[in-house]
Design a binder for this molecule. Sequence first.
Ligand SMILES: Cc1cc2nc3c(=O)[nH]c(=O)nc-3n(C[C@H](O)[C@H](O)[C@H](O)COP(=O)(O)OP(=O)(O)OC[C@H]3O[C@@H](n4cnc5c(N)ncnc54)[C@H](O)[C@@H]3O)c2cc1C
Length: 365
Amino acid sequence: MTADILIVGGGIVGAACARMLLNAGRSVAILERDFIGGGATAAGMGHIVVMDDSEEQFTLTKRSRDLWDALVPQMPPELEFERRGTLWVAADEEELAAVSGKQNYYAERGVPTELLDAQQLAAAEPALRPGMAGGFLVPGDSVIYAPCAADWLAQGATVLQGQAVALGDGVLKLHNGDTLSASAIILATGAAAIDLMPSLPLKPRKGHLAITDRYPGAVHHQLVELGYLKSAHSSGTESVACNIQPRKTGQLLIGSSRQFGVTHSDVEPHLLSQMLNRALHYLPLLAEMNVIRTWTGFRAATPDHLPIVGLIPGTRRNYLATGHEGLGITTSLGTAELIADAILGRPGPLSPSPYLADRFPECHV
Ligand SMILES: Cc1cc2nc3c(=O)[nH]c(=O)nc-3n(C[C@H](O)[C@H](O)[C@H](O)COP(=O)(O)OP(=O)(O)OC[C@H]3O[C@@H](n4cnc5c(N)ncnc54)[C@H](O)[C@@H]3O)c2cc1C
């Protein structure tokens, strides 16, 4: 092996780590069992969003969004980056009242937002069902085509085809019996990280998505019902929420569902229909649109909804970058910065502590 740094997994997180370390002048190889930008990265929605479930989540999503923004001038068109903004839709006065406090929270942390009343909401998104109470607009949020973004971020790294089957300190064993060593190994295999580290507190959380034919101009912002937060937090086995994303192609990407305890990737008609009906409730126009493809993917969920990033306890050369659940496209760049700072021993803008693996005592190699 000729690279200093070996990254296992070429999803958006591994690719972002590669980019950050290449920029710091290190040589980087990515070991990938399938292809760059596959896995959850190919299944996800590509919404780059600042979220406020916790202070730590806000900090990481905001820093990551800033890092994405800094890359915009260099991005090739196939990344389909668009600053759509997130429009959180309040279905009733109770939801609208609850969202008012968010505006101060975001403003105090340097993220501009706007509260929209019913009329302003209808003007911003005429296709929404009449009678919605209002909205909370985060104009700086954006949308990207994640598989192409991963491919682009990984450029300059050596890509090795193969599957890791065992992890030692600075050493990897491959399925074909070969071993690879490096001064640092980053485990960025998403939900599959438990295959190499069974002690990780990760659970796969299945999600369905659907995409329509092209209807340019039908929707302008990423539309998310405020109930989405309930769905994202729920620890129940199944939940759905309306989440609609306009793509640069004119297509609408429709989510989202969340399921624990299911490991097969089949599209499940009962859940798909619940999800589409939820979207239809917010956007009646969908009834006249064709859905042309449906699929599923798995988010890597942690008990506290924060990713696991940093040195693996008990090792000197192994790092973890996993557990990003439904925010890994967004937080890939913030994660990569944390990892690069840790490997290079340099101070960074974020405190690494909230994301370290040692917050889970059971987590070891
Ligand atoms: C339905 C759905 C919607 C989503 N929407 C969004 C969204 O709008 N915004 C957002 O920010 N996030 C979203 N996410 C989450 C996001 O997609 C993930 O958090 C992110 O893609 C995780 O990236 P990753 O690189 O960690 O994992 P992955 O993309 O899964 O990549 C891991 C890679 O590791 C490889 N690999 C696994 N095991 C091995 C091994 N042993 N040896 C070698 N290679 C291996 C795999 O082949 C894969 O390529 C969504 C997820 C889903 C499922």
